[in-house]
Design a protein around this ligand. Structure first.
Ligand code: SAM
Length: 332
């Protein structure tokens, strides 16, 4: 029997999020400061071969069934097509997806689909060019919109859109974003802002909660909980819009945590296993791999890292401490 990545609370991790780089070409205020961050030096990043080797161990030895490439911005990773193709050759073949800001997707969506990518999540927080510039500190809204269209045309469906709402910035855009996604046939999910920004600027009072998001949407759309299928480990609570079949999701990571059903494990761009976005401890597979560890040894280290997963992210505990790495370095 294949060993699995099981923690002491009985949860099994089958969904692997792999950060391909900590670099990004946007500076979204909920993630990093306008001047950017000190990026990881290249020798510290896993090579494409090392990434595929670890993903292979995850899939073939440890029961991983879904692989999501993310970052930073994964489209900035030059070897992305080869990494996706290497993942698509694995058996059992995992589902392969990508979380991206969409910049460059207009050019890459077709080749990525050919390499074996199944679908994408594209981040889009606003439809207003000036707001985009204020939020992301770059004038790239048109590129994102073009990237979304290319992903759809390349069959990377369902095309999912991730949006984070920020107070006094884009919070009023919830209905507009949903209307746009309904028109285009994209599935929109709002994510509550989490304390993962490098600047440590997150405050509970400033966060737009799931309740507020739903209140804004309900003023315009008829939303009913979508109980057609079990939510399982899905982070998003889904709602049928105007009776369906179109849906919208709300990921209430802070006010409606779903840790009890979490099936995710993360690998950072520098080869650290993290058993939670908010973990304060990592397990270093890169150093072991570069010192000559066998696949079996790496698998054993990975199993041990997941076994230590805590019951919850702890954001709502008085003793909560933000992880020392920001979201861009962990892989969202
Ligand atoms: N660059 C890619 C992108 O923009 O999708 C992938 C990495 S990004 C860190 C992944 C997702 O995390 C994006 O949808 C982004 O909006 C979200 N994100 C980043 N910081 C966040 C925060 N503090 N709270 C909630 N979501 C956040």
């Amino acid at each position: 029997m294949t060993p699995v990545l099981k923690d002491s609370f009985g949860r099994v991790a089958t969904d692997l999020r792999v950060s391909l780089t900590d670099k990004c070409n946007l500076r979204c205020t909920y993630c990093m400061p306008p001047e950017g961050l000190d990026w990881l030096p290249n020798p510290q990043l896993l090579t494409a071969d090392e990434i595929v080797r670890l993903v292979t161990i995850g899939v073939e030895r440890l029961g991983v069934t879904e692989v999501r490439y993310t970052g930073g911005e994964p489209l900035l990773r030059r070897e992305l097509l080869g990494i996706v193709a290497g993942t698509a050759r694995l058996r059992p073949r995992p589902e392969i997806s990508l979380t991206t800001n969409g910049i460059g997707l207009a050019r890459l969506a077709g080749p990525l689909a050919e390499a074996g990518l199944d679908r994408v999540n594209v981040s889009l927080d606003t439809l207003d060019r000036d707001t985009f510039k204020r939020l992301a500190h770059r004038d790239r809204l048109e590129d994102v919109i073009a990237g979304l269209a290319a992903a759809d045309a390349a069959g990377l469906r369902p095309v999912k859109v991730n949006a984070v709402l920020m107070r006094d910035l884009n919070e009023h855009e919830a209905p507009d974003l949903l209307r746009y996604c309904l028109e285009q046939g994209y599935e929109l999910r709002f994510i509550e802002q989490m304390p993962l920004d490098a600047q440590h600027g997150w405050t509970r009072d400033n966060m737009i909660t799931a309740d507020e998001i739903l209140a804004r949407l309900s003023g315009v759309f008829d939303l009913t909980p979508d109980d057609r299928e079990d939510r399982g480990s899905a982070p998003a609570e889904r709602f049928l819009v105007n009776g369906g079949p179109a849906r919208v999701g709300v990921i209430g990571s802070v006010t409606r945590p779903f840790c009890g059903a979490c099936d995710r494990v993360r690998l950072t761009a520098d080869g650290q296993v993290r058993n939670c976005l908010f973990a304060r401890e990592e397990s270093d597979l890169k150093t072991a791999m570069r010192a000559g560890a066998s696949d079996e040894d790496l698998a054993a280290r990975w199993i041990a890292a997941v076994a230590r997963k805590l019951p919850g992210h702890g954001i709502n505990d008085p003793s909560f401490l933000q992880p020392s790495r920001p979201m861009s370095a962990i892989g969202g």
